[in-house]
Design a protein around this ligand. Sequence first.
Ligand SMILES: C[S@@+](CC[C@H](N)C(=O)[O-])C[C@H]1O[C@@H](n2cnc3c(N)ncnc32)[C@H](O)[C@@H]1O
Length: 338
Amino acid sequence: MFTPSLSLRRLRLVTVAFPTTAERLCAADAARFHDAMRVQRAEEPISLDDDLVLAGDNLPVLRRLPAGFFDVVYMDPPFNTGRARTLRATSATADDTATRIGFGGRRYRSRLLSSLSYEDEFADYLGFLEPRLAEVRRLLAVHGTLYFHIDYREAHYCKLLLDEIFGRDAFLNEIIWAYDYGAKPRRRWPAKHDTILAYVRTPGAHHFDADAVEREPYMAPGLVGPEKAARGKRPTDVWFHTIVATGGAERTGYPTQKPAGVVRRLVAASSRPGGWCLDPFAGSGTLGAVCGELGRRFVLIDSSAAAVEVMRVRLAGGRAAARRGRVSPALPARAART
Ligand SMILES: C[S@@+](CC[C@H](N)C(=O)[O-])C[C@H]1O[C@@H](n2cnc3c(N)ncnc32)[C@H](O)[C@@H]1O
């Protein structure tokens, strides 16, 4: 059973339960709250004076959050793959009596160290998403943006649903995150991209700071001249970025963890320092880690006790680590391609 554990590193807090949009924390205020984060059960009273991790179903939580509060909502729901999403960590030790044969013909015994998983099968996927998306639209600030992360199985149905809820004129972008990892079938093109659909709360009034996003190398630098080539180009709607590397520092062990480099771009472009960001399907807490780095505030929700525990460990020292420079910087796009 899940037992809520409060961060021991909380500082003195100023209680501003459900401030209106006008009362929201500005960048200067944010400094007062640094190093604070609270982990709690979803049914407990919610006070938006602190970075927050909430354990429970997101729908009742979304209904209790104040309208117009968030600059960015990043939403990465289960993709309806029809199977449990699991990540197992194993260790291998040499053992002459074992049946598994490895490099050089040596025999190994595998031991399961950990296994994290969540269910990913829905009888009515769009029926599950619809009320959550309607709430998310209500929660966005006038200048706010939703980034909805999905894959090829459901992307087209989700686009239609989002058009219906937000309006077609609120559609900002279809971002393609391209990676290159895993099995490659030989009878069709290997599917190696996810889709991120971006919708704004108010067409024409959304915040978007193109200069806040790190630039990337030109594909053909010889065509643009040395000065432009050195400066790099602004990213387009196709992002080449590796998945979270197995054994890399960023890896939490949570299945379907998304790379901070992908989430960092959208937070940097669509929110301001001190602004609030929300992730209703937070998993390992990638949005929170990025917010910690970039000086944004966050609310993260997940129904899995394992996810909440991963977030508690990952994010407790997030802001302090970012200040000490321990959080890995953005990868240059070319280096990041696998
Ligand atoms: C694709 S994962 C998110 C991964 C995350 N973006 C990351 O980088 O680690 C989807 C998450 O949604 C959570 N989830 C599924 N249904 C939920 C619900 N009704 N309320 C809250 N969380 C839910 C699952 O437990 C899972 O952790």
